[in-house]
Design a protein around this ligand. Structure first.
Ligand SMILES: Cc1cc2nc3c(=O)[nH]c(=O)nc-3n(C[C@H](O)[C@H](O)[C@H](O)COP(=O)(O)O)c2cc1C
Length: 444
């Protein structure tokens, strides 16, 4: 199958109406066409020069084009070139909602959940001389001091649930004094009606908020303007640009060219009114690429490594093509494990501000990320799932992370986060020591 024939499959078919009382459902969508199913079996030869697609109340999309029969006799509505931007808007809205639904219900993480953090432990301190209520868990980023080294990483909320999800996440950020990112604001740049989804500072003006766009948006001629508009839209304190090559390359409607991104990032860092953060979403950033990013003026890097949410795999779940699904399966475990990426980036860039995201699922792993050099550990999927349930669920989840972090600190005898790095070891605590002693004895 040619990639251009790939379609996004729709689990809940979307209704359409056309001329002369024609009507039916859309069963799948490609970046240029919509596969039509007629309501009545007596409409086998659908002829229509327009169709109206109804995504929800007051969310109609009118397309001009023509019908063509594709393999198996399925009628496909080919959208006229000048209506393709409307089709992209429709696809964008469907995509965001699908991402939420898939992340909520499916197993979307790398198959073995290996982040590299499994290979390190802390050496316990049985006599810590510390009070768990007096530990210093504070960490700073971009000149702001936060109570915990935990970031609510930027996540799409979708059009239907975005406002609710973002407002719950923002309440958590305010309650715990931790930074928060929003998901891609592209949808609101294309259609200002959706800006409300991201306006969390209206309710929580004091939080530290990161805007978000993809590096695909840097290809637009007016990218500087788009990025500044994204910042102004939500009074962002920083703008995160996400890198997601594998996701885009597998996604049915993804961008395929990443030419010139670094030069444009350099210009953006010079011009934007707030600092620029660059984040991967699950493939990791190598030490070498981290250096190149810092050299062009990027202020913070989120290494976004392998082991957590796998975006290439998610795109396979959206596709109707068995070939794309099989490709997506083979890339499910692609990437630099999060622990390796953050450790290497810290080694390469001792002074840099670093975030470790990707598969961080408990407070102990937050402590390990900090010990390896992260200023913050970013958490995505678990916060999204909790936000879909309730504000209380989010609070409970955060409490478990905070307790886990504090237990790791007191258990290893660390009063502050900076002490954690002296207490990590590869493999089991004292294993190297044990091996040395036993080896030396054996040589007598
Ligand atoms: C539902 C969902 C939507 C996401 N949307 C975005 C997005 O719009 N922009 C972005 O930079 N990252 C997005 N991410 C990626 C996360 O910020 C994070 O990098 C990734 O999920 C890995 O972290 P995790 O393993 O803790 O989920 C999204 C993640 C989830 C789960």
């Amino acid at each position: 199958m040619n990639q251009k024939d790939d379609h996004v499959s729709l689990n809940s078919p979307i209704p359409w109406v056309g001329p002369s009382g024609l009507s039916g459902f859309i069963s799948s969508i490609s970046p240029t066409s919509l596969a039509l199913k007629a309501f009545q079996p007596d409409q086998p030869n659908i002829q229509a020069n327009y169709i109206k697609v109804m995504l929800g109340p007051e969310r109609d999309f009118l397309f001009h084009g023509s019908v063509r029969l594709i393999d198996g006799g399925i009628p496909e509505f080919i959208v006229d070139d000048d209506h393709l931007p409307i089709l992209h808007d429709l696809l964008g809205q469907i995509r965001k909602n699908q991402h939420i639904e898939i992340c909520q219900h499916d197993d979307v993480e790398s198959s073995d959940k290996y982040t590299g953090f499994q290979d390190i432990q802390f050496t316990p301190e049985a006599l810590p001389e510390l009070d768990i209520n007096q530990l210093d868990t504070a960490s700073s980023l971009l000149g702001r001091r936060f109570d915990f080294p935990i970031l609510i990483t930027g996540m799409t909320g979708g059009v239907d649930k975005g406002t609710l999800i973002n407002s719950r996440l923002a309440a958590l950020a305010a309650e715990y004094n931790i930074p928060m990112g929003v998901g891609s604001q592209r949808i609101a740049l294309d259609n200002p009606d959706y800006a409300n989804i991201f306006h969390v500072k209206r309710q929580h003006p004091g939080i530290f908020l990161m805007g978000n766009l993809g590096f695909a948006q840097l290809r637009a001629a007016n990218y500087l303007d788009l990025c500044q508009r994204a910042v102004d839209m939500i009074e962002a304190d920083a703008l995160a640009i996400h890198l997601n090559v594998i996701q885009e390359a597998i996604q049915v409607e993804g961008d395929r060219s990443f030419l010139g991104a670094l030069d444009r990032l350099a210009k953006l860092c010079e011009e934007l009114s707030v600092p620029v953060i660059v984040k991967e979403v699950g493939s990791g950033i190598s030490a070498n690429t981290a250096r190149r990013l810092f050299e062009v003026g990027v202020s913070v890097i989120d290494v976004g490594g392998r082991g957590g949410t796998s975006w290439g795999y998610i795109e396979g779940l959206r596709s109707s093509s068995p070939q794309t699904k099989s490709l997506a399966n083979s890339f499910r475990d692609w990437g630099i494990p999060t622990a390796f990426a953050v450790c290497a980036a810290r080694h390469e860039l001792p002074q840099a501000s670093l975030i470790a995201t990707g598969g961080i699922r408990d407070g102990l792993t937050v402590a390990k990320a900090v010990a390896l050099g992260a200023n913050f550990a970013g958490i995505g999927l678990p916060f999204l799932r909790a936000a879909l349930l309730s504000e209380q669920e989010l609070h409970n989840q955060m409490e478990v992370y905070v307790r886990g972090l504090k237990i790791a600190m007191i258990g290893s005898g660390c009063r502050s986060l900076s002490e954690l790095k002296q207490k990590i070891c590869l493999g089991h605590p004292m294993q190297r020591h044990f091996e040395q002693i036993v080896t030396a004895k054996g040589s007598y």
